[in-house]
Design a protein around this ligand. Structure first.
Ligand SMILES: Nc1ncnc2c1ncn2[C@@H]1O[C@H](COP(=O)(O)OS(=O)(=O)O)[C@@H](OP(=O)(O)O)[C@H]1O
Ligand SMILES: Nc1ncnc2c1ncn2[C@@H]1O[C@H](COP(=O)(O)OP(=O)(O)O)[C@@H](O)[C@H]1O
Length: 286
């Protein structure tokens, strides 16, 4: 009996209908007739990728591709920029765009954002998911909170504003991976709802897939693989999520993964649930 609860949008919030979003909007543009493939530069064929880009744009990078080339999975990065012109920073465009990378990799970039308490199984499921997708020939990259805090975010503590900055930076990096057409798996506690919602807002609709590891605190605490709960209860770690710092579960998210009824759902089974979702939403093809 399957104990993984896949929140097909309705269970955990309103449907996030990719079919009626940007994906659907561009499906017809995949037609070679519409793109004028006869005019496409031969370089694409030489590299094995289909660079469906008009010669004019290839030769003149200042030609705007915004309107005639909507990306399949959401918009191109420069279309999502929030910088205003007064900053005097102008986006430099390149003729190889998101659509080309999607076709090269035969997948669409997105972020699977795994949130939950310490010990809830985020990293384990992230690895199982990466493994499952890798075996299917799909390119993934994991951004694990613990790991990113060893480098990029080593200057950040666990006070609220530093957690917010940790989450913001990871979301921005995930956005770059998604734009590279990679399936990015971000596994971090990300305890505050408003921070996660801010991350969601960075992505085109559908591309931010929030997965909640719904594991009760007492289960996480019993697992305590790093002994951190014990230290937190002893007052040796301050502001520990679930002990003396809050965790706000998602009100809306794409999936909730949980154990139910005492039966064990393996990390591999949980990962398969996420993979089915990606398959259903079209992320595992160009
Ligand atoms: N105060 C406090 N609260 C919570 N967690 C703590 C804390 N101090 C250290 N750790 C360890 O850091 C890991 C969480 O880092 P994250 O980057 O995922 O946290 S956050 O999203 O910024 O809240 C977390 O890893 P996971 O157990 O994998 O979740 C802990 O091992
Ligand atoms: N589905 C699962 N069922 C049982 N135990 C699990 C499951 N997923 C992870 N675990 C165990 O829970 C502990 C915490 O997992 P981990 O992935 O490190 O959590 P987190 O990254 O959320 O801190 C580990 O000992 C791991 O083996």
């Amino acid at each position: 009996m399957s104990l993984v609860k896949l929140l097909k949008p309705s269970i955990c919030g309103p449907p996030r209908d990719i079919e009626s979003g940007p994906l659907a909007a561009v499906a017809p543009s995949l037609s070679t007739a519409k793109l004028g493939v006869s005019k496409v530069k031969k370089a694409g064929a030489a590299t094995g990728s289909r660079l469906l880009r008009p010669i004019k744009a290839m030769e003149d990078p200042t030609v705007s591709l915004r309107n005639d080339y909507p990306a399949i999975s959401g918009r191109n990065l420069h279309q999502m920029s929030t910088m205003d012109d007064s900053a005097n920073i102008v986006w430099h465009k390149c003729s190889v765009e998101k659509l080309d990378r999607q076709q090269l990799l035969k997948q669409k970039g997105c972020v699977i954002w795994i949130t939950g308490l310490s010990g809830s199984g985020k990293s384990t499921v992230a690895c199982a998911l990466s493994q499952g997708l890798h075996m299917r020939g799909k390119l993934t990259y994991i951004l694990d909170g613990d790991n990113v805090r060893h480098g990029l975010n080593r200057d950040l503590s666990f006070k609220a504003e530093d957690r917010a900055e940790n989450i913001r930076r990871i979301a921005e990096v995930a956005k770059l991976f998604a734009d590279a057409s990679i399936i990015c798996i971000a596994s971090l506690i990300s305890p505050y709802r408003k921070d996660r919602d801010a991350c969601r807002a960075l992505f085109p609709q559908g591309d931010f897939i929030e997965v909640y590891m719904d594991v009760p605190l007492h289960v996480c605490e019993n697992r305590d693989p790093k002994g951190l709960y014990k230290l937190a209860r002893a007052g040796k770690i301050k502001s520990f999520t679930g002990v003396d710092d809050p965790y706000e579960p998602p009100l809306k998210c794409e999936m909730v993964l949980q154990q139910k009824g005492g039966d064990c759902v393996s990390p591999g089974e949980m990962a398969e649930t996420v993979i089915s979702y990606l398959e259903e939403k079209g992320y595992l093809q160009a």
